[in-house]
Design a protein around this ligand. Structure first.
Ligand code: XMP
Length: 516
């Protein structure tokens, strides 16, 4: 067992999962858990995660220095690295130099931690303070332009750390470095394999639901499909799947979902709720408010569906529990501020966007997993690959891709532009290489153009093609120029209100994938 001490990192679960990929079982504990309790679990190693704070901030979470005296191997990342430096007698300085995103690192000495890692490589950083002196007895292994001590190790003490985030996809050799720590420095044995998550969940759901019934909110995406398939295994036909068309779906999507899903899930209840959602969104421009309104309307729709499907009003007080299955993933939980001490980046419609007076008890079998793990589970369950490999699409749909108020006309405009972009992406054979490519309508922005000898005064759309492994981090995708040209020409020719096509070239962080 390796314990990841979570200091409010966006990436804590990702670290745990990377450790599991290295075939060592791992769990996360909050930094507020007393060190005596952490050590009582007899971890083979402890990993100190990153966190949003500076070690100098007034409310900076500290670490009980007993962790360094327990003869347990310790690995620090980012903030955890700084805590280690500080706790072991090194120096951390608020140098004012900040490094975010892609950063070049120079390896001075490979040691054990950086064995076989190239002298120059690229890592993902997100920090303000820097370690300026390693603790006594530690070897400095690497530096960056702004950070004199970016990695260190002490084989004698079985401790090491890096300033960067080895757990994120865009850090080169990150997994290799983590495995050097786990296998070569900490001496963890490689015995863990991805347990049958399905079997575990099926048992847990049977226990939770008893002989009750559940409704599953199918969105058409892989997450809710896999969640539904797991619950179906657990409770069979006591599960009813509901698909809500909130009027913000993409072109042809509702028909396709109906077609694809009816074969897998016996009863599919399709609800046309466009009037309800769009009515509730009238005048709403703020992204968080949009998400909250949409989250609330989803629940209202499910409540109504429950009554319709099960033919009775389920009243919490009457002892009859209503279960709602959702395909919530770990990134949704983290980014909605659901991790220990994590910041709320945005309220995912199925987490932070839920109303307070929720009468459903939630079943979320995928809450600790990442998208690619969910896809692996989906394949294990034998779901069709078109379902398993579908690109992600957010629950709030095109509503959070219209910057400004959501109206029917704007939705029609965006729907057409989006359909063209997706069609061309598919035609170019890039669906699997590109994680997703939102098209965003800047509905409150206008620009002057010229078309057919006439002046136009239309709206820009933004193409947001990204590559990613789990949506926690992403890079902008280098689309071929001729593909971008085809998309641009077709959108400006075929969509009357749009006279400009732009491409977003921001990584995540600092951007997010969606614009709202
Ligand atoms: P961001 O914009 O946070 O998106 O970088 C990360 C991934 O999550 C999707 N996304 C959502 N999915 N409900 C969802 O089901 C939501 O409210 C939501 N918001 C963002 C987004 O498309 C990307 O894949």
């Amino acid at each position: 067992l390796v314990l990841v001490v979570d200091f409010g990192a966006q990436y804590a679960q990702l670290i745990a999962r990377r450790v599991r990929e290295a075939r060592v079982y791992s769990e996360i504990v909050p930094h507020t858990l007393p060190m005596a309790e952490i050590l009582a679990r007899e971890p083979k190693a402890i990993i100190l995660s990153g966190g949003p704070s500076s070690v100098y901030a007034d409310d900076a979470p500290g670490i009980d220095e007993a962790v360094f005296e327990a003869d347990v191997p310790v690995f620090g990342m980012c903030y955890g690295f700084q805590l280690m430096a500080q706790g072991l007698g090194g120096e951390v300085a608020a140098t004012g130099a900040r490094e975010y995103g892609r950063t070049a690192v120079t390896v001075a000495e490979q040691g054990t931690l950086l064995a076989d890692v190239p002298a120059q490589h690229t890592v993902w950083m997100s920090h303000g303070d820097s370690v300026t002196a390693a603790p006594a007895g530690f070897d400095v292994l690497a530096a960056t332009a702004q950070t004199p001590v970016a990695a260190f190790e002490s084989l004698e003490r079985r401790m090491a750390g890096v300033q960067w985030h080895p757990e994120v996809l865009h850090t080169e050799h990150g997994q290799q470095v983590l495995e050097h720590f786990l296998h070569d420095i900490a001496g963890c044995r490689q015995t863990w394999t991805m347990l049958n998550i399905v079997e575990e969940q099926v048992e847990a759901i049977r226990a939770q639901v008893g002989d009750g019934r559940a409704i599953c909110a199918l969105s058409g995406g892989v997450d809710s499909a896999v969640a539904a398939a797991i619950v179906q295994r657990a409770i069979g036909d006591r599960l009813t799947c509901v698909y809500v068309d909130h009027g913000m779906m993409r072109e042809g999507e509702t028909e396709q979902v109906r077609h694809d899903f009816e074969e897998v899930f016996d009863v599919l209840d399709v609800v046309d709720a466009a009037d309800q959602f769009l009515g509730a969104l009238e005048g709403v421009r703020d992204p968080e408010e949009k998400r909250k309104v949409i989250g609330r309307e989803f629940i209202r729709t499910f409540e109504a569906a429950q009554v319709r499907v099960f033919g009775e009003v389920v009243d919490e007080g009457a002892g009859d529990t209503a279960f709602l299955v959702q395909g919530t993933l770990y990134p949704d939980v983290v980014e909605s501020g659901g991790g220990a001490g994590t910041s709320n980046i945005k309220s995912h419609h199925n987490v932070g966007g839920l109303p307070d007076d929720l009468t459903f008890e939630l079943i979320e079998p995928l809450r600790t997993l990442f998208k690619d793990e969910v896809r692996a589970v989906g394949e294990q369950l034998g779901l069709p690959s078109s379902m398993v490999w579908r690109q992600p699409f957010p629950g709030p749909g095109l509503g959070i891709r219209i910057i400004g108020e959501v109206t029917r006309h704007r939705l029609d405009v965006l729907r057409r532009a989006d359909a063209i972009a997706r069609e061309e992406l598919t035609r170019a054979g890039l669906d699997r290489d590109i994680w997703q490519m939102p098209v965003v309508l800047l509905a409150d922005v206008r620009s002057v153009g010229v078309q057919g000898d006439g002046r136009t005064y239309g709206h820009p759309v933004v193409l947001r093609p990204v590559t990613s492994e789990d949506a926690m981090t992403a890079d902008w995708a280098r689309l071929p120029y001729d593909l971008m040209e085809r998309i641009s020409t077709r959108i400006t020719n075929e969509v009357a209100d749009v006279n400009r096509v732009t491409v977003d070239i921001t990584s995540k962080p600092p951007g997010t994938i969606e614009w709202e």
